[in-house]
Design a protein around this ligand. Structure first.
Ligand SMILES: Cc1cc2nc3c(=O)[nH]c(=O)nc-3n(C[C@H](O)[C@H](O)[C@H](O)COP(=O)(O)O)c2cc1C
Length: 289
């Protein structure tokens, strides 16, 4: 039986949902799939060398992979095998295309080859809240794409990845996001008038960066800007510093797929979303399958 490892980081659930879709498609093909949580830290017992195929999954942050995922893959042993990238982002902007460049560079030096990248557009957890129609169309698109992507992983297929110079430039420029978020995260604050002291933010921060001494919250130096804290705060009490105007609070209802309806596509990035929804076959915005 083919063993597949999916190393996944998901701050607010989108990437995890996509990975679970792909996992169930892989299982339908007869694979045994291990979901490995990046935030639990690397363990040699979950080495990529133990799998017949593996994938690294993450949400796009500032046209890049989050810092914790980049750090995580540095722990992989040297190996000589192919792997896949699964990523989710809030918009299908071409600037997201080369977001894996750090991971790919690190793993290339260790001997691994990136075989293909699967890009899923999922509801934004930052900038603005997508409408329920958009959410439902995205989910339908993800459900349609997952069987193609799972089959490719299962069969060890290789995709043709085309990166344009300007997209490479944008991703590299935005690697400052990692340091920027550590700085901005220090400025996160809790409105104590609203706070109900449920402790969710402290308990769930993937970087253990939030502490509470009974009176006040402290945000440390390792924030990823992943917004799990503010997104899931039940009383919307967390202010995310200069990003406050872009804050999205509260989980989406994901589960009902909806057929594509052009009139329901949001105005923002309208053309890119339309292209994403209407492309034939799998899900990649980089290429048609
Ligand atoms: C700090 C931050 C930066 C983001 N940057 C981008 C971006 O550059 N491009 C994009 O399309 N979406 C961006 N997003 C949106 C997320 O990639 C998107 O909502 C993703 O599906 C979240 O996945 P998760 O729920 O697994 O964390 C960003 C979100 C955050 C919190």
């Amino acid at each position: 039986m083919k063993r597949v490892g999916i190393y996944c980081f998901s701050a607010t659930g989108n990437t995890l949902r996509v990975c679970k879709l792909i996992k169930s498609e892989l299982e339908a093909l007869g694979a045994q799939v291990d979901m490995v949580s990046v935030e639990e830290g690397y363990s040699s017992q979950k080495s990529p060398l133990d799998y017949d195929a593996f994938a690294v999954a993450y949400p796009v942050h500032g046209f890049n992979a989050p810092a914790n995922v980049v750090e995580y893959v540095k722990n992989f042993p040297e190996g000589n095998k192919g792997y896949y990238i699964i990523k989710s982002s809030g918009e299908p902007a071409p600037a997201n295309r080369d977001s894996s460049h750090q991971i790919v560079g690190i793993l290339r030096k260790k001997g691994y080859e990136m075989m293909d990248e699967f890009h899923y557009v999922m509801p934004y957890n930052m900038i603005f809240r997508h409408s329920q129609d958009m959410v439902d169309m995205m989910w339908k698109r993800a459900q349609d794409a997952a069987p193609f992507d799972a089959k490719e992983i299962f069969e060890g297929g290789k995709g043709e990845i085309k990166q344009k110079l300007r997209h490479k430039f944008i991703s590299r420029l935005f690697t400052i996001e990692h340091g920027g978020m550590r700085l901005i995260g220090r400025g996160f604050k809790v409105d104590m008038e609203k706070c109900i002291k449920c402790g969710k933010c402290v308990k769930n921060c993937p970087m253990h960066n939030i502490s509470f001494d009974g009176e006040k919250f402290t945000f440390g130096k390792s924030c990823l800007g992943c917004v799990r804290c503010s997104f899931n705060c039940p009383v919307n009490a967390i202010k995310i510093s200069v990003l406050e105007g872009w804050k999205v609070n509260g989980a989406y209802k994901i589960g009902n797929g909806m057929e594509y309806d052009e009139s329901k596509v949001c105005k923002y990035c309208n053309k890119s979303y339309k292209r994403y929804f209407t492309e034939e076959g799998g899900n990649s915005i980089e290429k048609q399958r």
